[in-house]
Design a protein around this ligand. Structure first.
Ligand SMILES: Cc1ncc(COP(=O)(O)O)c(C=O)c1O
Length: 362
């Protein structure tokens, strides 16, 4: 069977080279006689894997030495909660509610409001518009906020920040689950970045956290298992980490380096997204619900406005080897998640099908 054009929002398409490498090393990892899944996390083999994964990530994102990288579990959803526990100082926290995942992060803080005596302020929101555009951020933010939480790319709604705000004295905490490693970023702009790995960074089971050292251990009284400092001190080997997802992350970051790094990858991603957006802008049938300046390079929702036609188009794409084009239930229509590993020729093929379908349904 040939490989599908997998347009899933996550877990998502992986580079074929990564899968082939994992396959080749599956039964006997580097002469160990074991698969990576069977290796002790304390073995020399695994230590080399996790060290290389960290070195790759530092190289790709140019992560300064005063930032720690943590390889955690629990997904971005667990981080919604643990980040509040770890980063609170005065207890005043700010949220940008720009999409469904921003809302979930906000709800996680609200859950802890009483237990930690928090003041949780929504300083920007587009909830009133069903998150169809990015909210307007305030000009200024009071310095006594412990952090401002933001989601860099709204996977469901298909909106993405091109630039990030800089509020003197307020650490920016970003959920980058769906655009980390898709383009260069300046890590110094952030207090903490986190992401579930299952989009551009590997497979489910690994949560990446990049955190500035001065934000570690602000709450030494936390249960040890929730304290980020526990993992920072132990190089993510306090207990058994998700060894196979870390290995796949290492292979994915090797691949990104082979592709020429994040500048090169970003250029390809922009060109790929443009193929689809250009057609959406000229089409009489298919429409993008997102205004140009907010559009995501990673997740592209679109629709015909007729649910039956949407379903018919999705069925046509399935016949042509595409998978998972159906939109999220809260937006409807279609959504093409076109992460790093999604091939350009898949997008060209998709647009050909859209053109053909439009002709037949004028
Ligand atoms: C932007 C964003 N944040 C958070 C999540 C939740 O991630 P997880 O399922 O790893 O908890 C997702 C999942 O798709 C996401 O896209």
């Amino acid at each position: 069977m040939t490989r599908a054009y997998n347009l899933s929002a996550g877990p998502a398409i992986l580079p074929i080279e990564v899968l082939e490498k994992a396959q080749a090393e599956m039964l006997n990892y580097k002469g160990s006689g074991m698969s990576v899944m069977e290796l002790s996390h304390r073995s020399q083999y695994f230590e080399e894997i996790i060290e290389a994964a960290e070195a790759n990530l530092r190289q790709l994102l140019d992560i300064p030495s005063n930032y720690k990288i943590l390889f955690l579990q629990g997904g971005a959803s667990m981080a919604f909660t643990t980040l509040v526990m770890n980063l609170r100082k005065t207890g005043k926290v700010a949220y940008d509610e720009g999409g469904n995942f921003g809302k979930k992060a906000l709800e996680a803080a609200l859950e802890l409001k009483e237990a930690y005596d928090l003041q949780v302020d929504v300083v920007a929101s587009s909830a009133y518009a069903n998150y169809i555009h990015l909210p307007e951020l305030p000009e200024e933010l009071s310095e006594d906020y412990d952090y401002l939480h933001i989601c860099s790319n709204n996977t469901i709604e298909g909106t993405q920040y091109r630039e990030f705000p800089n509020y003197e004295g307020v650490p920016l905490v970003a959920d980058m689950s769906s655009d980390l490693l898709s383009k260069p970023i300046d890590v110094r702009q952030f207090g903490m970045i986190y992401a579930g790995a299952q989009k551009n960074s590997g497979i489910a089971g690994l949560t990446l956290v990049i955190i500035r050292e001065d934000l570690l251990n602000l709450n030494a009284d936390l249960p040890v298992i929730f304290n980020y400092n526990t993992y920072a001190k132990a190089n993510s080997l306090y207990n058994t980490p998700s060894t196979y997802p870390i290995y796949i992350h290492k292979l994915v970051t090797d691949w990104l380096i082979e592709q020429g790094g994040l500048e090169a990858v970003n250029q390809k991603n922009i060109e790929k997204a443009q193929i689809l957006y250009d057609y959406l802008d000229e089409s009489e049938l298919f429409k993008s619900p997102v205004k140009k300046e907010d559009r995501s390079v990673m997740n592209v929702p679109f629709m015909t406005g007729d649910v039956d036609l949407d379903a018919k188009f999705i069925a046509l794409t399935e016949e042509h080897g595409f998978r998972n084009l159906k939109g999220h239930r809260s937006v409807g229509g279609m959504r093409a998640s076109i992460y790093n590993a999604f091939p350009r020729k898949g997008l060209e093929h998709l647009v050909e099908l859209m053109k053909k379908f439009e002709k037949e349904h004028q």
